[in-house]
Design a protein around this ligand. Sequence first.
Ligand SMILES: C[S@@+](CC[C@H](N)C(=O)[O-])C[C@H]1O[C@@H](n2cnc3c(N)ncnc32)[C@H](O)[C@@H]1O
Length: 282
Amino acid sequence: MNNGHEFSYTKADFTRVVDLIYQRAGIRLNESKEQMVYSRLARRLRALQIDTFGGYLRYLEQHPDSAEWQQFTNALTTNLTSFFREAHHFDILAAQMQDSNARPFRIWCSASSTGEEPYSLAMTAFEAYQSANPPVEIIASDLDTHVLETAMQGIYALEKLEKMSLERKRGFFLKGKDERAGKVRVKKAVRDLLEFRQINLLDQRWPLDGLFDAIFCRNVMIYFDQPTQRVILEKMGRLLKPNGLLYVGHSENLHFMSEWFQSCGKTTYMLTDLAKMSWGKK
Ligand SMILES: C[S@@+](CC[C@H](N)C(=O)[O-])C[C@H]1O[C@@H](n2cnc3c(N)ncnc32)[C@H](O)[C@@H]1O
C-alpha cells in the first residue's frame, strides 16, 4: 500500500503517464488528473498482476508493440456523450442536407465515442430526407477500441433515451426482451448508414477517401494543445467540400484559425475563401 493506494504510484509515474498519453493520443492531462490516472490504470495493473505503476510503465516501454498500449489509451480517454447532444447542430445539419444535392451526402464523425453521436446523425438523415433509405454515408471513428465496439453493437440502456421524443424512440429503436429487458437496440436500417473505423486524429495519415459535406469534431479538441489542434483542423479543412461544414463542441472555437474557418452559426464553421483558394477548391 502507498498513501492509501493499493499500488505504488509516485509523482514521477504520473509525469511519465502524462508524457506517454500525449505522445500517443495528443491528450494533455493536467495536475488535477493525478487521481483519475491512478484509478483508471489501477484496473490494468490488477488485470496484469503487476504491483507498481513503475513496473507497469516499464512493461509498456519494454514492449512497444504490445496490445497493452491500446488498453492504456482506452483507459485514459474520456468518452462522455449522449444522443442529440448540443441539439442545435442537428437542426443545422438537417437544413444542410435539405439544401444539398450531394448524393451521397457524406459525414465524418471523428470522435464518435460509444455511438450516440453518429446514430443521432443517422436519425437526422431519416428525418431530413423523409426517406426509408436516405442518401447519406456516415463514417464514425474514434481512437478508443472499447467505445467503437459498443458503438458497433448499437445497444444502449433504456435510460439513455430519456430525453428523446416518443416518435424517435419508436422509429429508430427496438426494445429488448427477457435477458435484454431494460435495453434498446438501434434498428438495422439506421445502423446500416454507418461505417466504423479506428482513427487516431494524431496520425499523419487518416484512412479516409474523398471529401465530406460535414465533419463532426466535437468535444475532443479540448484535450489537445493549440499546435495539435491547428494541425488537425487544417487537415480536416482539406477534407471538406467547398460548401462543407465543420461542427465543433460547445467549449471549442476556431478563432485562432480565422484564415481557414469562418463561423456560420453556433459552433459551426465553413471554409474561408482564402482556404478554398489555397486548396484549389474554388
Ligand atoms: C468526450 S468524448 C466526445 C464524444 C462526442 N464527440 C460528443 O461530443 O458527444 C471524446 C472522444 O474523443 C476520443 N479521442 C480522444 N483522443 C483521440 C484521438 N487522438 N483521436 C481520435 N479520437 C480521440 C475519445 O476516445 C472519446 O471517445
